[in-house]
Design a protein around this ligand. Sequence first.
Ligand code: PLP
Length: 402
Amino acid sequence: LSTWSAVPAGPPDPILGITEAFKADKDPRKINLGVGAYRDENGKPYVLNAVKKAESLLTATSPDKEYLPITGLPEFTKHAAKLAYGADSVPLKEGAIAVTQSISGTGALRIGGAFLARHYPHSKIIYLPVPTWGNHIPIFKDSGLEVRGYRYFDKKSVGLDFEGLKEDLNNAPEGAIVLLHACAHNPTGVDPTHAQWAEISDVIASKKLFPFFDMAYQGFASGSTTHDAFAVRHFVKHGHQIALAQSFAKNMGLYGERVGLFSLTTKDAEEKKRVDSQLKIVIRPMYSNPPLHGALLANAILGNEELYQEWEGEVKGMAERIISMRERLYGLLTNELKTPGEWGHIKSQIGMFSFTGMKPEQCKALAEKAHVYLTMDGRISMAGLNGSNVEYFAASVDAAVK
Ligand code: PLP
């Protein structure tokens, strides 16, 4: 008998499984709207010019391949924290933010989960929005936290269930942890307004909840990294101590390089030092130290005024292409095809994804009849649409819902 004979087969990953089906499809019209990776106007993966230039600069200096410190490349983590918190952030200026490089956003969430499970004194319960990025649930369970949900999405209005959200946070046990998508909520594309963020901040303060921000799309929602950091900066300005996960996968297109950051705001430099020491103790047995190359690239961009400006321009370009696809798709469905249903949310939703409101059987029909692949919850990655395929996609949706 084999040692592993009792290991049951697990289910395939719901998102990566779609890519498999897409690859196997031989129809030339096929479209993959499953995975959350940016595609250019020709449907191809896009390496940013700022990244290409950073690669050349780096090659010219022929850096060695030594290990990074446990918490990563210090210049990079300094620049990246400034990008998130803002140059005028008080805890940043006071040296009160404990920061570590991480294995992209996923790794940042995992470090945060492990740190909170070990050191957060008030509760081991984390509230996640319903729905949320599917990986959040196992990340926090595996970290040793108890996962619960708060209402977020209203199927009827295809928008934010703001009253439900406030009610659930108000009913949460005092001291519980709350995960918030800082911008471009995945999978819904629905974000609170600035006024709603201010109210959420007040509820969280009054219930003494602990806010943990996941910022995987800074710059991708609006095209401006400053605008997209509003929620994080608002909370910090209003006296919250926060945890923050950052990713450079989407906004720098560094997906496979695994470049991210985890940080905690603390009371002062002395407390930060103690927190830093415990972050190292969490990280060292997990993976010792983070990958080098992507951090050098991101650092070259964030630390060089010219490359930084070029990068901000490219983030804006990616966001604008997505926004233009939203407008085009809305126009096709509403004005040209007169597709039954209300499609305004396609335009109002934000970031890489749109929650179309399509039912699982309609999504299945799209894959089987039209060779269009999306997740069964009706989420589409807007980045997979372009001038050459958006008309075919709209016609396929029209056929699927009629
Ligand atoms: N958080 C959210 C909401 C995401 O959508 C993603 C990626 O899809 C991530 C975190 C983490 O991605 P990565 O680990 O590639 O940075």
